[in-house]
Design a protein around this ligand. Structure first.
Ligand code: SF4
Length: 684
């Protein structure tokens, strides 16, 4: 028997948007250790518990290793040829009978940039539809919308170094100590050692709230109001940056007019934040040498998520906190490659590099490279696709690496829609809940089994190298997509993901200089990347990304959230835990993590526990108008009053949070309003 060598291979973490990179030591398929490197551009010698111990899932016995084809209520193992031939013939039949828009494509923020690029190319150039979306629809689309409207690009305006060097960090509706731990460590260090000020605004007293100079707990769904009131107060007091606004920002008068009702007194009445606290927040912004605002799902997953994201950007514009080091807008990307999935075009209205589908010149340019005429009509997002399935208009779907059945809101509706599909293909590493609705399941490779690039929350592109060979007959997603495209008439011959990146960077000016030979080892590039390879860590130094180079203030527009009623009287907040990644499909297969947190639970406040006589560990039923779950209670002062918190990871179908969430969506982007959910509680 040949002796197995010990190997050390560099990869990029797949568990969050911070984008830590490190070496993985292996012997055969055994992962011996994860070793951070001083050369890693984001994390250096740090990782969090997921990056260090979260990799057992790659060798899980639950991994898919063969293509599966449905036969009645079960699946049989098939060859790749049989599975791909079947998919190609079904897709061709649906397209020929009902047109290309009868097919939908769901891409993934867990797979590489190159794989996202190929998925959208398959949809647009091979099938002929813009019906392509990714899971940023569930999280960061509202932040993208708010930034595109105000400053013109959809990405963090600076790097994690800029967050660390800001005079004041404001964290709104985000829990980076659990969801972006290494980034949180940078803030903790700056706060403790370098005098950085920290404001945390959240419903839940999490670790960063405990460390903050000022922790503010507003009423649910009212962030827009305190943001607008503080901005108005800053303008009224003359603390705004007049020269910055005059020289670089449009729409000031109309914006000020839109702030007319947002007095501090009105804000106190709506948000519950006392006027003196609002004034203190404004003073801290005035006195700071650079303000960085970090936000995540607590802001975006509301019906007014886009408007609140725009209000954050407005505040930064009015105070001149763009285009200089240690300041700016930092929507925290959740999945490791949310940024890249969007950048490389898996969105229904955007081609790679944020070129609009509606831009005829862009379509013509890309179409010339791809050798086809591109579809003109913007496609459906994933919410619209589900509705179209129910109406019988969308008949076939190809979904890659997304646990839509548990991660989308209103799970019972999602399950009903998926079961109506005429033909459904799921490509994943496990037989997920979503895959159980499929007609064909294709076994894919996780990040450790392939090459490619990921783009982290600061727009940084990094290479990952193949640590392990694919398990069984599993294959990297890019190879599967290429094989399918060629069976549908394409003639793709990419030998390596570097060939795909070379094509993508040739058609997207934003990525012009991204090349694999510039990304060797721990090297990285931050887009926009000029042809000569120069990165742009700090955006908007000289110009904003609108055609006239100026930013544009968005008018204040608070979307009034849902409120409790006599029956559904508890506000349900939801999100991640440090030890688990989203619904838990990967981390539940990692013993190093599950022994720390084996299942989910619901956090309730000491006040609620006492009022209803509920003991720590009690089994309760939570009921919303859309479904119910059963889960055990953790009594904790992290939550207050009638606020409860249910993490989104679960090992049981009885405790999945999205059985409770409903159909409400952000009005501009259709991101589900997960955070506008009210429930009632029964003790079992
Ligand atoms: Fe991975 Fe994020 Fe943890 Fe870094 S902070 S090791 S990217 S999960």
């Amino acid at each position: 028997m040949r002796e197995q060598r010990i190997r050390k291979t560099k990869t990029v973490c797949t568990f969050c948007g911070v984008g830590c990179s490190f070496d993985v030591w292996t012997k055969g398929r055994d992962i011996l250790k994860v070793e951070p490197s001083i050369d890693a551009p984001v994390n250096g010698i740090s990782t969090c518990v997921k990056g260090k111990f979260g990799w057992d899932f790659v060798n899980s016995r639950e991994r898919l290793t063969k293509p599966l084809i449905r036969r009645g209520d079960s699946f049989y193992e098939a060859s790749w040829d049989e599975a791909l031939d079947l998919i190609a013939s079904k897709f061709r039949k649906v397209r020929d009978e009902f047109g290309p828009d009868a097919l939908g494509f769901i891409s993934s923020s867990k797979v590489t940039n190159e794989e996202n690029y190929l998925m959208q190319k398959l949809a647009r150039a091979v099938i002929g539809t813009n019906n392509i979306d990714n899971c940023s629809r569930y999280c960061q689309s509202p932040a993208t919308d708010g930034l595109l409207r105000t400053v013109g690009l959809a990405g963090d305006s600076g790097t994690i170094d800029d967050i660390a060097r800001a005079g004041l960090v404001i964290i709104v509706g985000a829990n980076p100590a659990e969801a972006h731990p290494v980034l949180a460590t940078r803030v903790k260090r700056a706060h403790k050692l370098h005098g950085q000020q920290l404001i945390v605004v959240d419903l839940r007293r999490h670790e960063m709230a405990d460390r903050a100079d000022l922790f503010v707990r507003p009423n649910p769904g009212t962030d827009h109001v305190w943001l607008s009131a503080i901005t108005r107060y800053i303008i009224d007091e003359g603390w705004h940056d007049e020269a910055f606004i005059r020289n670089r920002v449009d729409g000031f008068e109309a914006y000020v007019e839109s702030l007319r009702d947002y007095t501090l007194q009105y804000a106190e009445q709506v948000t519950g934040i006392p006027v003196p606290t609002l004034i203190r927040m404004a003073e801290m912004i005035r006195d700071a040498d650079g303000v960085a605002i970090l936000w995540a799902m607590g802001v975006t997953q509301q019906r007014g998520g886009s408007e609140t994201s725009a209000a954050i950007s407005d505040l930064l514009l009015v105070t001149g906190n763009y285009g200089r080091p240690g300041a700016g807008a930092f929507p925290l990307r959740g999945h490791n490659n949310v940024q890249g999935a969007c950048d490389f075009g898996t969105l229904p209205n955007w081609l790679p590099g944020y070129q609009l589908v509606s831009d005829a010149a862009a379509r013509k340019r890309l179409g010339a490279v791809w050798g086809v005429e591109l579809p003109e009509r913007p496609g459906m997002d994933n919410q619209a696709m589900l509705d179209a399935i129910v109406r019988g208009e969308l008949r076939a779907m190809y979904l890659m690496g997304e646990e839509m059945a548990w991660v989308d809101a209103n799970a019972n509706h999602v399950h009903a829609a998926l079961s109506q599909l005429e033909f459904f293909v799921v490509q994943d590493i496990f037989l997920s809940k979503t895959a159980q609705f499929a007609d064909v399941v294709l076994p894919a490779s996780p990040s450790l089994e392939k090459e490619g690039t990921f783009t982290n929350t600061e727009r940084r592109v990094q290479r990952l190298y193949q640590v392990l060979p694919p398990l069984g007959d599993a294959r990297p997603d890019w190879q599967i997509i290429m094989d399918l495209a060629n069976r549908l008439g394409a003639d793709w011959a990419y030998a390596h993901p570097s060939d795909i990146m070379a094509e993508a960077s040739s058609i997207a000016p934003l990525f012009a200089g991204i090349q694999y030979d510039r990304l060797e080892g721990y090297a990285s590039q931050i887009w926009p990347v000029a042809e000569d390879g120069t990165s742009t860590p700090l955006l908007y130094k000289d110009r904003f990304a609108h055609p006239n180079a100026r930013a544009k203030l968005a008018r204040a527009n608070w979307i009034v959230p849902d409120t409790p009623d006599a029956v559904y009287d508890l506000h349900l907040n939801n999100g991640r835990l440090l030890e688990h990644f989203h619904e838990g499909n990967m981390t539940n297969q990692s013993a190093g993590l599950t022994h720390k947190v084996p299942d989910t639970f619901v956090e309730i406040s000491p006040e609620l526990a006492s009022e209803r006589n509920i003991e720590d560990g009690a089994l309760v039923r939570l009921i919303s108008p859309h479904g119910q779950v059963e889960v055990r209670v953790m009594v904790t002062d992290r939550v207050y009053g009638k606020e409860i918190y249910l993490p989104m990871n679960t090992v049981s179908e009885q405790s999945a949070v999205n059985l409770l969430t409903g159909p409400a969506v952000d009005l501009r982007t259709h991101t589900p309003a997960y955070k506008e959910t009210y429930v009632r509680l029964e003790v079992l």
